[in-house]
Design a binder for this molecule. Structure first.
Ligand code: PRT
Length: 285
């Protein structure tokens, strides 16, 4: 039987969540990372531990069939690969930033200016689209220090909390790309491998759907049962069970976590008691 070659970042921000997601999908892999290629013990799959920045080319060339990496790297690489799914972790944005004491007059600020970045392709495409001609300096690390040492008038770099910009006296002025971890695959997979990739996508979807939902159990007085059922408009009709206590029922429902916070006050006002909120491990809709 063929094996899927799955590229995962060897070490760095994406590693733990990527390996964790595979495990939640029931795919066991050794995390020792001493070897580049490690077979799963219970699934026809081999994990290739690679640098995030190298994954687009490996997937494009078919050295790996599928992989998890930052969307920003997919865009920057301009590789001919397919994005299968956004994975809802490692969220960040690629932004332009300038010294905080400089007045920002809009994108025209960058006309004829020097911009330091590790993302020259994405930056060039953005500037061209906006008719801005600027001088791009490619730097591979510590881009945020470039304005302070007189190397550039602004930068284009990844931002998540914004503290790196703040600590370096910079302010974010334009977001040019929003990014998160994505699942990508080679565009010319054999029909057999395509089927295997679909199976992996199904498992990932099952895990991601479950992460957004909660299983809620609560005891409610029968006089308000109908009102509470209407509040809990979850994925399916809630389960209602009679309690030993007279005129009371137990309700079970699956709802979005945010929705739970929106309605918990109303549930209490309607007399709900013993409210339990549980994580769901997997959910097939
Ligand atoms: O070496 P390799 O190629 O494997 O990895 P990498 O150099 O891409 O390194 P890594 O592990 O740092 O980042 C992997 C991916 O995580 C990136 O490609 C993004 O998709 C994602 N990600 C999410 C981030 C950040 N958040 C992030 N904050 N990548 C980098 N940063 C850096 C940013 O460059 C800046 O220096 O963190 C700093 C800003 O963070 P804040 O929180 O101060 O704003």
């Amino acid at each position: 039987m063929e094996k899927i070659l799955f590229a995962v970042q060897k070490s760095g921000r994406l590693n733990e969540d990527s390996v964790g997601l595979l495990k939640e999908c029931g795919i066991s892999i050794d995390t020792s990372k001493e070897q580049l290629k490690i077979p799963s013990s219970n699934y026809p799959l081999e994990v290739l531990y690679l640098r995030n920045a190298d994954i687009p080319e490996y997937v494009q060339d078919g050295v790996a069939d599928i992989g998890i990496l930052g969307e920003n790297v997919v865009v920057e690489s301009e590789a001919n690969i397919e994005i299968l799914k956004k994975l809802n972790f490692s969220k960040c944005r690629l932004s332009m930033a300038i010294p905080k004491n400089v007045e920002y007059i809009g994108l025209q600020y960058f006309q004829g200016k020097k911009i330091a970045t590790s993302y020259p392709n994405t930056t060039k495409v953005f500037l061209k689209k906006n008719n801005i001609q600027a001088d791009i300096h490619v730097i591979t690390g510590s881009v945020e220090i470039a304005p302070n040492i007189g190397l550039a008038d602004g930068i284009c770099d990844l931002v998540s909390s914004g503290s790196t910009l703040f600590l370096n006296g910079l302010k974010e002025v334009e977001v040019i790309l929003k990014s998160e971890a994505v699942l990508v695959c080679n565009k010319k997979l054999s029909p057999e491998k395509r089927k295997m990739v679909e199976e992996i996508c199904f498992r990932i979807e099952t895990v991601l759907t479950a992460r957004k939902k909660k299983y809620v159990l609560l005891n409610v007085p029968d006089e308000n049962l109908q009102l509470i059922i209407e509040l809990l408009h979850g994925i399916t009709s809630p389960t209602v069970m009679k309690l030993a206590r007279q005129d009371w029922s137990s309700l079970h429902a699956v709802i979005e976590e945010q929705e739970f916070w929106n309605i918990v006050g109303q549930l209490k006002k309607l007399g709900a008691e013993g409210i339990l909120v549980l994580d769901i491990e997997k959910m097939v809709s």
